[in-house]
Design a protein around this ligand. Structure first.
Ligand SMILES: CCCCCCCC/C=C\CCCCCCCC(=O)OC(CO)CO
Length: 288
């Protein structure tokens, strides 16, 4: 089991921010720490299924983003990408990593990884992007629907919407027991308004600039690993090729029988693929 810690930050903004995180292993000289960033309306918990397959010799940290999981004490300013990036920078500085980090982000977390890498290139040694929203050029119907303000496909509020959401985001035959469903409605329903705000702000501020953000990545020389699910209905799989072309040292893997939720559909395969990529891209190369 991963111990949970709270990193208390005197924030750049008025309020005090707390980033809650889980940690496995210790920092190792010559090896990047792996930092996992979850997607929208998710939390560090989604990574546990992946991290349990990462060898103990690696240092892993999974964080809760502002407004998510057990990270608390935020105001709306923290839902603006630039502020999230600076908050993460402060947080990483406090942890005193010995090497440039390996940043791994799923979905919206992947966009955050891309934004972080463009703003603080020297802090980052390797990036892994798991089906990030590829920007307006590659928009799916589902994403268009979200952008126009209909959120139930990822923020279900009724039992029917909940079943439909799970079905469209994952290829796994998840047996929705009453316990699982009850848990969702207990933990999520009261935060629906907050999540809606996060989406509104993201679509207003950062989403329109995603194309530009990804384009800036082409000046980035760190190795980049892109992972996608062939059956992704939310973030278009064409985004995989698009990003792979933009990034100079990139590699791409597309999982069959895999929807948008890669950490649900292919947790072990994801861990294995990331470790394999890291071992084929030794840390010293990323400094060149
Ligand atoms: C904390 C505030 C961060 C603000 C920074 C925003 C930067 C990104 C800009 C726009 C993203 C729009 C979101 C598109 C849908 C994401 C789908 C997604 O994450 O899927 C989840 C399941 O819900 C998978 O785990």
């Amino acid at each position: 089991m991963l111990p949970c810690r709270i990193g208390l930050l005197k924030s750049i903004l008025k309020s005090t921010a707390r980033i809650c995180y889980c940690e496995k292993g210790v920092k190792v000289a010559g090896q990047p720490s792996l930092i996992f960033i979850h997607g929208f309306a998710s939390s560090k918990r989604t990574w546990l299924s992946v991290i349990k397959h990462i060898p103990h010799t690696y240092h892993c940290i999974a964080i809760d983003l502002p407004g998510h999981g057990e990270s608390i004490g935020f105001n709306e300013e923290y839902y603006i990408g630039a502020n999230v990036i600076d908050l993460l920078k402060q947080f990483f500085d406090k942890l005193h990593f010995i090497e440039p980090i390996c940043l791994i982000g799923e979905s919206m977390g992947g966009s955050i990884v891309a934004m972080f890498a463009t703003k603080y290139p020297f802090d980052v040694g390797i990036i892994c992007l798991l089906s990030p929203p590829p920007g307006e050029e590659y928009e799916t119907d589902l994403l268009q629907q979200l952008r126009s303000g209909t959120y139930h496909s990822i923020l279900p509020e009724t039992l029917k919407q909940y079943h439909a959401a799970v079905k469209s985001l994952s290829e796994k035959k998840i047996r929705l027991t009453r316990l699982l469903t009850k848990k969702y409605f207990k933990t999520h329903l009261h935060t629906v308004n907050q999540y809606q705000r996060i989406l509104q702000i993201a679509f207003e501020h950062d989403y329109p600039n995603l194309g530009e953000t990804y384009k800036q990545l082409k000046y980035h020389t760190c190795p980049a690993f892109i992972i996608w699910g062939r059956e992704d209905k939310l973030c278009h799989p064409a985004g995989a090729q698009y990003l792979a072309k933009l990034l100079s040292k990139s590699e791409l893997i597309i999982f069959d029988d895999c929807g948008h939720l890669i950490t649900v559909d292919k947790p072990e395969e994801t861990a294995d693929a990331i470790i394999n990529f890291l071992e084929r891209n030794p840390y010293y190369e990323s400094r060149l």
